[in-house]
Design a protein around this ligand. Structure first.
Ligand code: HEM
Length: 183
């Protein structure tokens, strides 16, 4: 039987969002190296079917454990006009799987019952992705497709934007945000 200490963490390296600690980043993840970290900021959400635009905050963590993929987790919260938190919003987790031919696979699972497979490409400091398939639980909203981009500027600002085709509307902007590295 293990002690409570043994049970606190599995006996394998923890993932880290800090490239100065933990195992070296796997070579396969080099095209994604600049994304590893903890990012926080905010933006605006809107869609033709909603009563927006609304402001939101978001924190994105991209970490690794030395293997040839990255872990992705993003949580968002809605803000009022004064910047006060109204309520938690989108929460997604997933995996970036860079491939030897330079292409990217991104799997995202959303708390709203939606799972997405994106394919994409990495450029020098930008990453463009589009869904290949979307799976919905029986109760999820009718999300059909998405296009997502991340672009990093010289001063470590990560611009993120997503267009979505959903609830009967063709591909249209849904969220755009500007995140800054906090770690
Ligand atoms: C930062 C990320 C996001 C934020 C802040 C956000 C925020 C919102 C807000 C405020 C609404 C209006 C309804 C409500 O108040 O809940 C909404 C609607 C919706 N969002 Fe998002 N969203 C985000 C990402 C996503 C993602 C990743 C998906 C799909 C996987 C998605 C799918 C939808 C759908 C299907 C609706 C309902 C549209 C309708 O029924 O008219 N959103 N979103």
């Amino acid at each position: 039987m293990g002690t409570p200490d043994d049970l606190a963490a599995p006996p394998i390296p923890a993932d880290t969002a800090d490239l100065t600690t933990g195992p070296p980043l796997h070579d396969a993840c080099r095209p994604l190296r600049a994304l590893v970290g903890v990012w926080r900021g905010g933006g605006e959400v809107d869609y033709p079917t909603i009563d927006g635009p609304y402001r939101f905050g978001q924190q994105l963590t991209i970490s690794h454990d030395g293997r040839p993929f990255l872990r992705h987790e993003a949580r968002a919260w809605l803000l009022d006009a004064d910047g006060a938190v109204l309520r938690p919003a989108a929460w997604e987790t997933g995996w970036w799987r860079p491939q030897p031919d330079g292409s990217l696979e991104l799997l995202l699972s959303h708390c709203t019952g939606i799972q997405e497979l994106f394919y994409g490409e990495a450029a020098d400091r930008s990453w463009e992705l589009a869904t290949d398939s979307v799976v919905r639980t029986r109760t999820a909203k009718d999300v059909q497709a998405a296009q997502r981009s991340y672009a990093l500027s010289e001063d470590d600002v990560l611009d993120y934007a997503e267009h979505r085709a959903m609830v009967g509307v063709a591909m249209t902007p849904h969220v755009a945000a500007r995140l800054r590295r906090v770690r």
